[in-house]
Design a protein. Structure first.
Length: 357
């Protein structure tokens, strides 16, 4: 089978013109107002009816060779090779934010289960189900659980006993909400996220025969508007709750250990591992693949770089990077000194040979 062209495979369909879109975005239009736009594409895959976007100078250099009809571009980015007679630039203060508006208009909505309850769902008689819910095939809802209004529960989701799911939340296929955990309003959990598994806690047996599992009697509390990525796991507390603050966004394959407290509007990027009892302040950003040791505190607004290994508390507002993680400025001085080592060793070698003669 011959692959379809980029234009026919684009999932972001538009029906507008450059002039109409510029008016909607409040953009400065440099080029024709009547160019038809039918889809959103990357610079390298775009054709003569495509809209693309340019966020930095690296992408700006690709514009002259792109087949796109138009591009959204940040005002601070110079664009070489633009012909305003044939193509259009929509100049805005922030191309990323403008693209968000376009994608909200163009991207197809997720197609979840139909309104109502599937005949293949298994719901305990004691569970309380709100109005206007959508519950798909293979869903299991345990005793004494509470499902809010307008909740969407996709196929094969498992909700344990006594769990609460707030209004307007969306649980994608295969999500597991363990017993007694509390999910706020408007929460989006992507496929196979697990909320409320036991924390990882063991102690050596008194007789030396092996390891004794420590029971985890607590729960997980997820605030309103949280997003949890695919295959991420949030462990229940040993005592009390593991807490995720409202508006926090968690990427795919993230592990959050027992009794962590994550603040509001934090960003935790993919493949991050957070050990137990870590406290993360409001608005903190954790880069992808970071590892955070237990019982640490990361202050509000702090940033931890990707692949960092954190062994110490981070004060509010500071940027830390590296293994072991340290303040970013200090880390860069270390890197700079390390790059000078070959020359310094060469000089030392020369001095040593001179001393021997």
């Amino acid at each position: 089978m011959t692959p379809a062209s980029p234009a026919t495979t684009s999932c972001c369909a538009l029906t507008t013109t450059t002039g109409e879109l510029a008016a909607m975005l409040g953009a400065e239009l440099i080029g024709p107002a009547g160019l038809p736009l039918r889809h959103v594409e990357t610079l390298d895959r775009a054709d003569g009816q495509s809209l693309t976007f340019i966020r930095d100078e690296r992408y700006a250099s690709m514009w002259a060779h792109s087949g796109a009809a138009a591009a959204i571009v940040s005002r601070s980015i110079p664009i070489a090779g633009h012909d305003p007679a044939t193509r259009a630039l929509l100049v805005v203060d922030d191309a990323d934010l403008a693209l968000v508006r376009v994608l909200e208009m163009a991207a197809p909505a997720h197609r979840g289960p139909e309104r109502g309850i599937s005949d293949n769902a298994v719901i305990h008689p004691s569970a309380a189900i709100g109005v206007a819910v959508s519950i798909g095939a293979g869903v299991s809802i345990g005793p004494d659980s509470v499902i809010g209004d307008r909740v969407t529960i996709n196929a094969n989701v498992v909700i344990g006993a006594g769990a609460h799911v707030g209004d307007d939340s969306d649980l994608r296929a295969g999500v597991v909400i363990e017993d007694r955990c509390v999910i706020g309003r408007g929460v989006l959990a992507h496929p196979n996220a697990v909320i409320g598994a036991d924390g990882f806690g063991y102690r050596p047996a008194d007789d030396g025969s092996g390891l004794v599992k420590i029971p985890h009697a607590g729960i997980v509390e997820i605030g309103d508007g949280v997003e949890i990525g695919a295959c991420s796991t949030i462990d229940r507390g040993k005592l009390g709750a593991t807490v995720i603050g409202a508006g926090t966004k968690i990427d795919n394959l993230v592990l959050i250990g027992h009794n962590c407290v994550v603040g509001r509007s934090c960003v935790i990027c993919g493949a991050t591992g957070i050990a137990g009892s870590v406290t993360i302040g409001d608005g903190a950003i954790i880069g992808g693949g970071a590892g955070i040791a237990d019982n640490l505190t990361i202050g509000a607004g702090a940033k931890l770089g990707a692949r960092s290994g954190l062994m110490h508390d981070v004060p509010p507002g500071e940027d830390w990077v590296g293994i072991p993680a340290q303040p970013a400025r200090q880390f860069m001085r270390v890197i700079s000194a390390t790059q000078r080592l070959p020359e310094l060793l060469k000089q030392l070698s020369g001095m040593s040979k001179g001393g021997e003669s």
